[in-house]
Design a protein around this ligand. Sequence first.
Ligand code: HEC
Length: 169
Amino acid sequence: MNLLRTVGVAAMVSVAFPGCKQRPQRGTEAIRGAAIYMEKCAVCHGQDGLSPLPSCPPLRDSEWLAGRNEPLIAIVLDGLRGPLVVKGNTYNGLMPAWRDVLSDEEIASVLNFLRLQWSTSDKLISASETAELRKKTKMRQTFWTDSELREAWNAAETESVDSALKPGK
Ligand code: HEC
């Protein structure tokens, strides 16, 4: 992508996402992820990440975004059903699965976009990490639940999972 185009797209992205943080060094990743977000996710989670629908949790400042990579990747791969606590509110919604729709690169990019725009974490997620989790969970044919996600990633690092996923943190 040449420079002029990059700058043009970056300007469009900050118009489309008024709450965008300006982090030019991560610009390319944000641009790629923003396009996917607009197409696949914004309908439920809102262009500003604040989710216009009462059944959908906000992504902006969500504790899930601030937490570990694995649960986030898992949520996008196979979807999620409530009850789920985000920022102190309980949601009983259904998030669709994207396993057969989005590639590993696309899942990594859209999650990196969310992290860079709406979370204090700027830990990036890689396509290879996504591919690995896709393989590990390939027998899974149903939505995740909050308790399953906690259980699946509690064993290795109990403390960090607990504090990363604790509601209201
Ligand atoms: C059809 C509406 C819908 C679409 C489209 C959708 N989601 Fe969700 N999403 C939900 C709902 C509903 C929940 C909460 C489910 C629950 O109640 O357990 C959720 C939860 C989440 C969560 C965890 C909770 C939070 O607020 O942090 C993340 C992260 C997430 N979605 C990311 C995405 C991404 C990325 C996409 C696009 C690839 C996407 N969603 C597309 C409805 C949707």
